[in-house]
Design a protein around this ligand. Structure first.
Ligand code: GLV
Ligand code: MN
Ligand code: MN
Length: 416
């Protein structure tokens, strides 16, 4: 294996991020949702890069791509590294993809230096983290961790197809949820690199930072039911307009969260039925996403938003339903692994800050299997979940240098 300089490896990483962004289910945009043909193409592409880096590759029943280095000896432990390959609609190039492609690049650098690690590394490209298709995130990592439950399998997409049906079709017949991919005692930990998706590192002029904890998150489907009717002939006072009720709810949820920072509440999607200009909406469905660093505050907010929905519905003679599709508590990162990572960040840039993550990450689920550490990488303007998400080449190289250093330092803690 020829020596690969960090600079060359960072250039390859940038090229691969560009290439992967072109794998999409929409022309002219980057969109990859769970189990779409684009996700299969992405898995094949990333799997080929993994193989090129000397990893053995498999794709599991959830569509997760898993690349593994050869264990240096029997019974050697495993370090997990990775993130997700699915995206939001019209996404950027870095959210998720960076955390999958960065460890591949780091392993290529180490291989080029002839440096063997005293543990195995498993690089994970999870098939679902964003929760776009089923309004519930982490289906890929839940499958990997053995946490996929009956409730997950019953979730429906907007066409009424369930997660269970999609996975059975993928398996070519029946699907039963897998057990955990590893026992806890086989694992050293899980390292996830991710763009910050916020402005703090940029403001501080730092390329990278570490994560102290990942905020908890609840997602729900909210539905208002009214009566469809003619837009020209039904007097205003006689209407039961489900969409107007939904609109009131959206504004109420916004005001509620605004008054209680750092609580955030978002309605990201509204679907009105039957959905025509000249028909009063008989039904309106919304997604609700609620986050807070403290679990008790998040749960209290969800209870209050349920009461608010009921109040609005009662006043407008509508029905109201709120079904929780996802509920994850806040996850603290591992003190030990984070201290090691912070040392590598400091070596690179002189100082290191620890940030709490408001965004969800696969580490939330993988924390059930192994201690978790996260590296945050600066992204321009803190912008994410949009096509102009951007990480500079210099920052990619910094993240790569930190990751290589982390692997070497972690390796020095193990007996050869
Ligand atoms: C994932 O990007 C999330 O935090 O919603
Ligand atoms: Mn992400
Ligand atoms: Mn995301």
């Amino acid at each position: 294996m020829p020596k690969v300089s960090l600079n060359q490896a960072a250039a390859t990483l940038a090229r691969r991020l560009d290439r992967l962004a072109r794998v999409s289910e929409e022309r002219g945009a980057t969109t990859r949702t769970f189990m779409s043909p684009a996700m299969r193409r992405a898995a094949a592409l990333v799997g080929a890069w993994m193989k090129g880096a000397g990893l053995s590759v498999r794709v599991d029943r959830l569509g997760n791509v898993i690349g593994r280095t050869r264990a240096p000896r029997r019974g050697a432990k495993t370090l997990l590294m990775g993130s997700h390959l699915d995206t939001v609609r019209d996404a950027g190039r870095f959210d998720g993809a960076l955390g999958v492609l960065l460890p591949i690049a780091a392993l290529e650098v180490l291989r080029g230096r002839g440096l063997a690690l005293p543990f195995a590394v498993e690089v994970l490209g999870f098939s679902e983290e964003e929760g776009v298709r089923f309004s519930s995130a982490y289906l890929g990592s839940k499958g990997y961790a053995g946490l996929l439950g009956v409730r997950d399998l019953r979730l429906l997409d907007r066409d009424g197809i369930s997660v269970g049906e999609v996975l059975a079709a993928y398996a070519g017949g029946r699907f039963s949820p897998p057990g955990p991919a590893h026992g806890r005692d086989e694992l050293i930990g899980y390292l996830e690199a991710h763009i910050e998706q916020g402005p703090v590192l940029g403001e501080l002029g730092l390329a990278a930072g570490v994560v102290s904890a990942i905020a908890g998150q609840t997602r729900a489907r909210v539905a208002f039911g009214g009566r469809a009717g003619h837009a020209g002939t039904t007097p205003m006072a006689m209407r039961r307009d489900a969409l107007a009720g939904a609109a009131e709810y959206i504004v109420a949820a916004e005001a509620f969260a605004r008054a209680r920072p750092p609580l955030v509440a978002t309605v990201g999607r509204v679907v009105a039925h039957p959905g025509a200009a000249n028909v009063i909406a008989g039904e309106a469905e919304l997604t609700l996403d609620v986050r807070h660093p403290l679990d008790a505050r998040r749960r209290a907010a969800c209870r209050a938003l349920r009461r608010e929905g009921r109040r609005i519905a009662r006043r407008r003679r509508l029905s109201f339903a709120m079904d929780v599709t996802q509920d994850n508590g806040a996850v603290p990162c591992s003190r030990e692994l984070t201290a090691l990572l912070a040392g590598c960040v400091r070596k690179r840039q002189g100082r290191c800050v620890a940030l709490a993550s408001g965004a969800g990450h696969d580490g939330v689920v993988i924390s059930s299997l192994a201690p978790v550490a996260m590296l945050f990488v600066r992204c321009r303007g803190g912008l994410s979940h949009r096509p102009d998400e951007f990480v500079s080449r210099r920052d990619l190289e910094a993240a790569l240098r930190i990751t290589v250093d982390f692997l070497v330092r972690l390796g020095s803690r193990f007996p050869r």
